[in-house]
Write a protein that binds this ligand. Sequence first.
Ligand SMILES: Nc1nc2c(ncn2[C@@H]2O[C@H](COP(=O)(O)OP(=O)(O)OP(=O)(O)O)[C@@H](O)[C@H]2O)c(=O)[nH]1
Ligand SMILES: [Mg+2]
Length: 408
Amino acid sequence: MPRRRSRNGSVPGRSGGRIVTAVAGTLRVREQNIAVFGGSGSGKTVLVSSFYGAAQEQSFQKDSLFDLIADDTGQGNRLRQNYLGMKNRALAPEPTRFAATPYSFVVKLKDQGGDAKAAKARPFDALRLVWHDYPGEWFEEEPSSAQEARRRLDVFRKLLRSDVAVILVDGQKLLDYAGEEEKYLKSLLWGLREGLLRFKDDLLDDGEPLAEFPRIWILALSKADLHPDLDVHGFEDLVVEKAAGDISSLHDVLKGLVKLPEALSMGEDFMLLSSARFEPGKIEVAERKGLDLLLPVACILPLERLVHWAERLEIPRKWLDRLVDNADVIARILVGAAPLMVKVPRVGRYLALALPFLARAIKANGPKIEERNTRARANHDYLTAVLTQFQLDLAQGVKDAVLVKSVK
Ligand SMILES: Nc1nc2c(ncn2[C@@H]2O[C@H](COP(=O)(O)OP(=O)(O)OP(=O)(O)O)[C@@H](O)[C@H]2O)c(=O)[nH]1
Ligand SMILES: [Mg+2]
């Protein structure tokens, strides 16, 4: 199936973050985290290699609004090596069983147009995506020592910064368990549930639920190329039919960990991921699915969900800013300068004031967002261009039946 290329090039989206750091001198970088849970062999290393490797291709760099740069050059080169090994020699990367390495990438906008005044008015200059792999077996197998238990907890604590957690459902395992997929799904979801329960006491300070926690848990079919007849709706149906009870049990455990547990989506968002098409003797890295959605999912989806929650739930003002990383600054870009003619309020108050405008920006129809995107490109306002492109990419993902967003 030909892969749709987003207009910003070929790879996934990107996010912003609460941490402002200086990269390359004076760039103000916002960081967004994404957590990827997946058992051994579920495709985590191939996924991150394909995500990064494809963005280094000339064809991507030519049309893209941004460069994807690895913070650690050595790590970036290893990912690229994995990618090129697949592309040129049909070699998949070595297993990295039990590794829980974070990968850190900066989405650096190509050309920050405008003068110094425009630059100053921008709430940030670049985005960083920190990608946390979490080995699924860590949830299924007891730690072998106290030291090992501490290491797992440490890794888990770090990934709690993420707004979005992706649970990989291994497409190969679904084939292995054809007809009795519930067996595999149960072990996957119960493993996660048990693992979270094991952490619970250590995670909660004095039993206080956590404010910062991934609030969107996406179930993603990895190796989706092995299921050419399954679109995301078929995948959702399969998971719900075979594992609805296990999803609810996991949801209950997650709710027990967080403040404002109503603001939590589990088993409501689904996506397809295929890092390449694997054939005997050939790995077609250009045939990918869903990877273009990872940056938009990390960056825009949480904000969309925040708007949704704010309309449905009584969210205290002080919470608005805490549910989603960088909500304030990303919202400023999506809303644009026009609606709030008052002096920009200090951080912490903006979101509450801007919520109706943000809701309008988030719910705008396709042509309207496209218009903003085109205008931003023409004006060399690449931050707005990238973020509106991410909105368009998400909508396209839904249209192409690669993504299902919660409707609750
Ligand atoms: N068909 C298909 N196969 C894939 C895809 N991604 C990975 N695979 C296969 O799955 C194998 C394991 O992928 P990895 O990315 O190494 O899995 P992992 O989750 O990193 O596994 P560990 O390192 O053991 O934790 C690869 O060697 C490929 O054979 C995909 O998108 N499609
Ligand atoms: Mg691996």
